[in-house]
Design a protein around this ligand. Structure first.
Ligand code: HAM
Length: 460
């Protein structure tokens, strides 16, 4: 049997409904903060990620899916969304739009060749947002608060926001020197990758997955002690705005992030719920003021955040949050013969267009088995169509919970269901109904014999 690739997932059934719900909350919340949706390609030139994310990062050295296309170009499946958004901002000259900053959000698959384990996939779905064209510390605080508010809107309680500052270039240069001096005498105790990182990019040692529990890393100098006055002031301002927005956070000097493009604010949001395991970071982000210029655009201050939807769904499950997922249908239409089947098909469509969730039989089940199917689908109402009732313009409809049965006129079926289910679709249906109905005669539809090409199902 052909199996799905390692580290990839099939999302279907109830889980897919949870994903769709989560995505609807993401869309709605982003809209409130006035972010617009952006879609960029799933693959980009390899150079974009090498330049953007950093040659010495784990993502670029070990995790990208690279390929040469049929035209001989080096391409990479995107491992994250930020570099592509910046490329798009630069290429489409969005920086020239007076409407700055540009605030965008995305939701899509990313690819990282990692060792698959719980919370760490090779195909992952991230939602994220980027603010391009503002250096205002309020944007840093707002991005963090937006991320937190999405989690809160979904009902998550057990989250923790950890923030840090990587400062400006001057601060980082001082810190870099301090790290080299600190690690040099002990470098043999660290993994081969870290030995190479010492000269190239010592900050990456702090982010090493192999040595992450080595006390050498824990006791290393902290960037916060190397921030110059300007960087400190900036960080204080971000904290002031976070307080104002009532976002709870902790300053964690160990947050350095795994991508090279950051400066100043960096942050991660963890799920603190029991059972989450090691990969408990729901999302992370930070400021990246030099990425646009790094890839050939103008110097543009930016901040952003991204979060794995898989991890988020898992956190919701572990916190046992009840989500408003529709796990039932309004009506299941059953039938025995071909004429009734045709009416079931017609009526299903009418009712669906009126706003109800309706299903019917497609596999030739016996009537008894159709009842079982209705139960499997959690049908709130069921109806067995029969030719005699239909000829009388009637339908026998049963509340599948109370088992109460009623014979009602087909003319009032929509209004009956609406009242019973409290769906509020009646008004919507009226609009739909008259738009579709081509009959313009003044007569009551029950008695209509206008001779027009009238498709109203009330007509004789
Ligand atoms: P990142 O920390 O690499 O940041 O990824 C963000 C989130 O994506 C992680 O916190 C995690 O939830 C999820 N994630 C990452 N890798 C995996 C994986 N292998 N399996 C499952 N989930 C994963 C970024 O990608 C930056 N682009 C964030 C950003 C946006 N910074 C500024 N703007």
């Amino acid at each position: 049997m052909i199996q799905r690739p390692k580290g990839c997932n099939d999302i279907y059934g109830r889980e897919a409904k949870i994903w769709k719900y989560v995505e609807s909350i993401i869309d709605a919340t982003m809209e409130k903060y006035n972010y617009t949706y952006i879609r960029t390609p799933i693959f980009e030139s390899t150079e974009l990620f090498h330049r953007g994310i950093g040659e010495s990062t784990d993502i670029v050295t070990k995790e990208t899916y690279d390929f040469v296309d049929r035209g001989g170009r080096n391409m990479t499946l995107r491992p994250e969304g930020t570099a592509g958004v910046c490329r798009s901002y630069v290429e489409n000259k969005m920086y020239g739009d007076p409407n700055q900053p540009v605030k965008v959000y995305y939701n899509g698959t990313m690819y990282r060749y990692e060792r698959p384990q719980s919370g760490r996939d090779r195909e992952l779905t991230q939602f994220g947002m980027e603010v391009l064209g503002s250096d205002d510390s309020l944007t840093d605080a707002e991005v963090i608060s937006l991320a937190v508010n999405i989690y809160k809107m979904l009902g998550l309680k057990e989250i923790k926001v950890n923030i840090n500052s990587l400062g400006d270039k001057e601060s980082r240069d001082h810190y870099r020197e301090a790290l080299v001096q600190y690690f040099k005498p002990h470098i043999q105790d660290l993994c081969e990758d870290c030995q190479a990182r010492l000269e190239k990019n010592p900050l990456r040692i702090l982010d090493c997955k192999v040595d992450k529990d080595n006390p050498l890393l824990k006791n290393a100098p902290k960037i916060i002690d190397y921030l110059n006055d300007e960087s400190k002031e900036r960080f204080d301002k971000v904290k002031e705005y976070l307080d104002l927005l009532q976002v709870k956070y902790e300053v964690d000097p160990n947050v350095v992030r795994g991508l090279d493009y950051y400066n100043h604010t960096v942050f991660e949001i963890e799920a603190k719920v029991a059972g989450f395991g090691a990969n408990n970071v729901l999302g992370g982000g930070g400021r990246y003021n030099h990425l646009c210029s790094e890839i050939g655009g103008p110097e543009t201050p930016c901040i952003g955040f991204a979060s794995g939807i898989g991890r988020l769904v898992r956190a919701l499950e572990l916190e046992e949050i009840k989500l408003p997922i529709v796990d039932s249908i309004d009506l299941f239409l059953m039938y025995v013969n071909e004429d009734e089947k045709k009416y079931a098909a017609y009526l299903s469509q009418e009712l669906r267009m009126a706003g109800f969730i309706v299903d019917t039989e497609y596999t030739g089940r016996s009537l008894k088995a159709q009842f079982k199917q209705a139960d499997r689908l959690n049908a709130k109402f069921i109806a067995v169509l029969n030719s005699e009732d239909l000829n009388n313009n009637e339908i026998k409809i049963k509340n599948n919970k109370t088992k109460q049965e009623e014979i009602i006129s087909l003319d009032v079926l929509i209004y009956y269901l609406d009242e019973q289910l409290n769906t509020g679709v009646e008004e919507e249906y009226d609009n739909f109904f008259f738009e579709k109905d081509e009959c313009h005669c003044e007569d009551d539809h029950h008695d209509c014999d206008c001779g027009n090409d009238c498709h109203c199902h009330h007509d004789k």
